[in-house]
Design a protein around this ligand. Structure first.
Ligand code: HEM
Length: 505
C-alpha cells in the first residue's frame, strides 16, 4: 500500500511539474505580448520554474530579504514564492497609495492554505466579501459599545496593570523572563472584553489557551509553514502544520465551552461582553430570517472569538516586552520617562487622557513600536480588481504583501531609521510630533481592528510599570550585552532575556 501511495504521489508531483512548466511558458509569452500602451507589471527577479525566487530569499527572515529586493527593484515589485506570484509594496508612499488611496482594490485578505485550514473562511481576520464586512462592522460596533479605546475600557486595563505590578513585585528585584506575565496581561484585557471576565493567572485552562495561541503565532511564521503555503500537497508531511491544527482545535473547543456557559447564563438586559452581544444578535437574526442564510452562526462566533484572542495577545504582549527591554538597554531614556511621570502625574494611577501631557513617554512608546516592528509583513492582502499603482499594473486576484518593516524603516521618512531615537516623535519645543509613516497597525480597510485598544493598553500598562519599577539588565550583564536581534515568527520577538524590576522608593 505504501509503495502504491509512493508511486501515486511521485507521478502526481511529476504531472504538477509539467503543468507548472507549461503555465510558466504561457505566462512568459503573455508578459512579452502585452500592448506597450498598458503599464507594465511590476519588475522583479527572474523566477525559476516551480521554485520561483525561493533561492534568493531567506525564509527564516523573509521580511529582510524582501527589503533587500526593494533596494534593487523599487517600491512595487514582483516576487515568486515557489509558483505563487506576489506583489510586494515597499516604503511609505507605495503602502499608503495602495491601502489608503486605492483602498477598495486592496481590501481582500489573501487566505493562505494554513489559515484556510484553521478558519475555513469564517471569522474576522481570514474571511472576505460580505462575511468579512458583516463581522468587521459588528465587531467594531460592539467593541466600541464595550468601551474599546475609551475611558470605560480604561478600568479593565488598570485592573490588569495592578495584577501585573503584584506579579513583578513577587520577583523581589531578581531577574525574570517578562514574556508570560506580559502575555497573560494582554490576553486578560481582551478576555474581559470578549467574555466579560478576566482569568486567574493560575487557571490552567487560561494559561494553556494563551500558550497555544502564542505557539501558533510562532509556528505560522516558520519556514516549513511558508513552504506548506506554497505547496499545500505536502501538508501531511509538515509536522508544524499538525501541531498548529491541533493547537487551534483545542483552543476552539475550550472557547466553545466558555461560550456554552455564557449562553446558559445569558441575561439580555446585561451584556457582559462580545460573546453576549453576538448571541443576542443571533437571536434577532433567527427571528427576522425569512429563509435567508444566517451570518451570525456558531462558526463565525467561535472564529471571531479566537481571532480576537490571538490577535490581541501576542502583538501587544510582545510590544510591551520590547518596551521594557529597550528601557533596560537605554537607562538614560528610561530616566527621562520616569522624570516626566514623576513631574506630571506623580504616583497616582494614570488615565488615558494623561497621554497628551506626557510627550516623552508617548514618543518612547511610538519609537518602541517603530523599531520593534512586530508585524514586519503585516498580513497578506489580495487585489479585488485590476489596478494601476505607481506606473505598474497588478491583476485582480494577485497576492500583495504590504511590507510594514520597510515603512517603519523608510530612509526617506525617518532621520535615524535603524536606531532607537524617540526624537523622531518630538518637535523642537519638546511636544509630541505625529508621523505619517508610523504604521505598525497597517492602514486602510483592513487596518488593525484593535488599534485603539492596543494603544490604550500599551500606554496604561507601560506607565504603571515605569512609575513603580526601574528595569535593568541582570547583575553581571551590561546594557551593551542586552541583545536586540529579533527572533522571527509571524511577529518579531525580542531574543530570550531576563530583566530585573527594581522597586522605586
Ligand atoms: C501592538 C499591538 C497590535 C499590533 C501591532 C497589531 C497589528 C495588526 C496588523 C499589522 C494587522 C493587519 C492589518 C492588515 O491586514 O493590513 C492587524 C489586524 C488585526 N488586528 Fe491587530 N494589532 C495589535 C493589537 C490588536 C488587538 C489588541 C486586537 C484585538 C481587538 C487586534 C485585532 C486585530 C484584528 C481582528 C485584525 C484583522 C482585521 C481585518 O482583517 O479586518 N489587534 N493588526
Amino acid at each position: 500500500m505504501a509503495v502504491v501511495e509512493g508511486v501515486f504521489s511521485l507521478s502526481g508531483v511529476l504531472l504538477a511539474l509539467v503543468l507548472l512548466l507549461v503555465l510558466y511558458v504561457i505566462s512568459a509569452g503573455e508578459r512579452s505580448s502585452k500592448s506597450s500602451l498598458e503599464p507594465p507589471e511590476p519588475p522583479g527577479p527572474t523566477p525559476l520554474p516551480l521554485l520561483g525566487n525561493l533561492l534568493s530569499l531567506d525564509l527564516k527572515k523573509t521580511h529582510s530579504s524582501l527589503c533587500e529586493l526593494a533596494r534593487q527593484y523599487g517600491p512595487v515589485f514582483t516576487v515568486y514564492l515557489g509558483p505563487k506570484k506576489v506583489v510586494v509594496l515597499a516604503g511609505y508612499r507605495a503602502v499608503k497609495e495602495a491601502l489608503v488611496t486605492q483602498a477598495e482594490a486592496f481590501e481582500d485578505r489573501d487566505i493562505t492554505p494554513v489559515f484556510h485550514d484553521l478558519n475555513q473562511g469564517h471569522g474576522l481576520i481570514f474571511s472576505n466579501g460580505s462575511n468579512w464586512r458583516s463581522m468587521r462592522r459588528f465587531s467594531l460596533a460592539v467593541l466600541r459599545d464595550l468601551g474599546m479605546g475609551r475611558s470605560s475600557s480604561q478600568q479593565r486595563i488598570l485592573d490588569e496593570a495592578r495584577h501585573l505590578l503584584d506579579t513583578f513585585s513577587n520577583y523581589k528585584g531578581e531577574p525574570f523572563d517578562t514574556s508570560a506575565p506580559l502575555n497573560y496581561a494582554a490576553s486578560n484585557v481582551i478576555s474581559s472584553i470578549v467574555y466579560g471576565t478576566r482569568f486567574s493567572l493560575d487557571d490552567p485552562y487560561f494559561t494553556r489557551m494563551v500558550q497555544r495561541a502564542n505557539h501558533n503565532f510562532k509556528l505560522s511564521g516558520s519556514a516549513s509553514m511558508q513552504v506548506y503555503n506554497l505547496f499545500p500537497a505536502i501538508g501531511r508531511w509538515v509536522r508544524n502544520r499538525e501541531q498548529l491544527v491541533r493547537n487551534s482545535k483545542e483552543n476552539q473547543l475550550d472557547m466553545s465551552s466558555l461560550i456554552g456557559r455564557l449562553r446558559d447564563s445569558l441575561n439580555p438586559a446585561d451584556c457582559r461582553g462580545f460573546v453576549d452581544a453576538f448571541i443576542m444578535r443571533q437571536h434577532t437574526e433567527q427571528k427576522a430570517a425569512g429563509g435567508s442564510e444566517p451570518v451570525f452562526h456558531e462558526k463565525n462566533l467561535v472564529n471571531c472569538v479566537s481571532n480576537l484572542f490571538s490577535a490581541g495577545t501576542d502583538t501587544t504582549g510582545t510590544t510591551l516586552r520590547w518596551a521594557l527591554l529597550l528601557m533596560a538597554k537605554y537607562p538614560h531614556i528610561q530616566e527621562r520617562v520616569h522624570e516626566e511621570l514623576e513631574r506630571v502625574i506623580g504616583s497616582r494611577l494614570p488615565v488615558a487622557d494623561d497621554r497628551r501631557l506626557l510627550p516623552v513617554t508617548d514618543a518612547v512608546l511610538h519609537e518602541t513600536q517603530r523599531l520593534a516592528n512586530v508585524f514586519p509583513m503585516s498580513l497578506p492582502h489580495r487585489t479585488t480588481q485590476d489596478v494601476n499603482i505607481m506606473g505598474y499594473r497588478i491583476k485582480k486576484g494577485t497576492s500583495v504583501f504590504p511590507l510594514l518593516a520597510s515603512v517603519l524603516n523608510d530612509e526617506t521618512e525617518w532621520e535615524e531609521p535603524n536606531r532607537f531615537h524617540p526624537e523622531h516623535f518630538l518637535d523642537a519645543d519638546g511636544g509630541f510630533r505625529k508621523r505619517d509613516a508610523f504604521m505598525p497597525f497597517s492602514a486602510g480597510r483592513r487596518v488593525c481592528l484593535g488599534e485603539a485598544l492596543a494603544k490604550m493598553e500599551l500606554f496604561l500598562i507601560f506607565v504603571s510599570l515605569l512609575q513603580r519599577f526601574r528595569f535593568t539588565a541582570p547583575p553581571g550583564v551590561s546594557e551593551e550585552e542586552l541583545d536586540l536581534t529579533p527572533v522571527v515568527g509571524s511577529t518579531l520577538n525580542p531574543p530570550p532575556h531576563k530583566l530585573c524590576a527594581l522597586p522605586r522608593t
